[in-house]
Design a protein around this ligand. Sequence first.
Ligand code: ADP
Ligand code: MG
Length: 299
Amino acid sequence: MNRETQKSKSESTVIARELSFRFGTNQVLNHVSFEISAGEIFGLLGPSGAGKTTLIKLLTGQLKPDEGCAMLLGRDTGKLQAAEHNRIGIMMDNFGLYDRLSVYDNLSFYADIYHVSRSRIADILKNIGLYEARNTAAAKLSKGMKNRLSLARALMNDAGILFLDEPTSGLDPVTTREIHSVLEAQRKRGATIFLTTHNMYEAEALCDHVALLSRGRILEYGTPEDVRRKYNHLNRLMLTLKNGRTVSLENSSASALQIKEYLEQEAIETIHSTEPTLETVFIELTGEKLEACADRTGI
Ligand SMILES: Nc1ncnc2c1ncn2[C@@H]1O[C@H](COP(=O)(O)OP(=O)(O)O)[C@@H](O)[C@H]1O
Ligand SMILES: [Mg+2]
């Protein structure tokens, strides 16, 4: 690899090396390491309290790690300069929004700071479904709309790296799909996206790589397919019998005789396999669910 390629790779990636962080005696992050390649969507998946928001704060220089280091655009995140700040977009709760300003004025404030034309604002607002609300004060927006304004703000400077903290949390399915299209479009234009979610379907649908975070530790990392494949031992055969009983069998030749018997007795009503999902993998690893009511809502 020549120096030029090395430079562009390190400039366009996010690197966490053995990051640890405590709030008082609460060890919130524990030796967290990963690398994000340019142009990918990386999903940090974990339940509430896992440490996702804290990790974003460490990666964007809002907090300093107790141990380890975080690198962004080739620089330690504790030493980010204005040039780097201008190349990242951050969306998190109440980050950089002015309650008393209208939706439009919030964005024009940032257009001026980033020296981008105000003419972009209308496009971004249409894209994100907030154009109709452009004259509403941020304080008067619903949680979902505020989320979208926060995302619009993060998109104002065509950032190379986007940090999005639960971008679709609390949104209805239609808006969630719209946000997903916006994120796909951002990836197409070459942006690298770090997003946190506790929705495994979102992670499976969008992310090139996922990391499963529980109590401050990364328990698994890989493409969603690889992570699921690794836990294929969770794949079972579920049979519903005509007498109303359900039977769960190992999905292997070990179950062949038993199934043959049921077939000969014409006892089977339905049969299906249970491919592991990121949710079942998470439960296997931690005994916890990612969210209290995991369902397909929102995707
Ligand atoms: N400002 C803070 N002061 C003290 N503890 C905090 C603070 N912010 C977060 N925590 C604690 O850190 C842990 C991780 O929180 P957080 O990073 O917000 O998790 P997540 O975003 O995954 O829900 C939780 O135990 C939370 O109570
Ligand atoms: Mg959080």
